[in-house]
Design a protein around this ligand. Structure first.
Ligand SMILES: CC(C)(COP(=O)(O)OP(=O)(O)OC[C@H]1O[C@@H](n2cnc3c(N)ncnc32)[C@H](O)[C@@H]1OP(=O)(O)O)[C@@H](O)C(=O)NCCC(=O)NCCS
Length: 155
């Protein structure tokens, strides 16, 4: 069945799915109202979601992207990310930023689509979350900030 990707009202955002990428429900609920929410679905079933908030002056931040665990590693995340990148290119954005951990497959996932490392937020994950966050048994401390620039859309 083919994948349908579309923007939905943020009030309909699939919160439980978004918690896969950001363990703080408070944080997710705080950035949702000022963001755009996109979902990827097949046969009426939501398989993935992505949330992007505007930072001003043509810059947007990808706050969250998540695919249902049973459907990960099937190319849906790649399809959704490509669609979202294209959506903001067409809207005239100059760049998209994203914050992620300093290791793991997610880093390759973004860089494969042209995101480049632009900054390190040291201790971001310890300073901004009440509980330690572990991935692959390793505690996340620092956040890498990555930026995808749209060459044709300079602000
Ligand atoms: C990150 C995420 C959105 C990617 O979506 P996806 O549909 O699983 O990704 P794709 O199938 O398009 O695959 C993209 C690449 O990531 C790899 N990948 C995806 N999930 C992986 C996992 N759990 N472990 C290792 N590699 C993984 C794929 O193998 C693929 O790499 P390849 O092209 O070298 O084979 C999804 O895995 C997810 O929801 N993860 C949990 C939430 C999260 O971490 N979000 C990002 C926050 S920074």
């Amino acid at each position: 069945m083919s994948l349908l990707i579309q923007e939905i009202p943020t009030t309909d955002a699939p919160i439980k799915l978004l918690l896969l990428a950001d363990p703080s429900e408070d944080k997710v609920r705080s950035y949702l109202p000022r963001s755009k929410c996109f979902v990827a679905s097949s046969g009426g079933v939501v398989l993935g979601a992505c949330v992007v908030q505007p930072l001003g002056e043509g810059t947007h931040e990808l706050m969250n992207i998540a695919i249902q665990p049973a459907h990960q590693k099937s190319g849906y995340g790649t399809a959704l990310l490509k669609w979202v990148i294209d959506f903001f290119r067409k809207s005239g954005a100059s760049q998209i930023e994203v914050g992620t951990g300093t290791f793991g497959y997610q880093l390759a996932f973004y860089q494969r689509h042209g995101f480049r490392v632009t900054r390190i937020d040291r201790n971001f994950f310890v300073n901004n979350y009440p509980e330690p966050i572990f991935e692959d048994g390793i505690q996340l401390f620092d956040m890498l900030r990555l930026t995808l620039r749209y060459p044709g859309n300079v602000a």
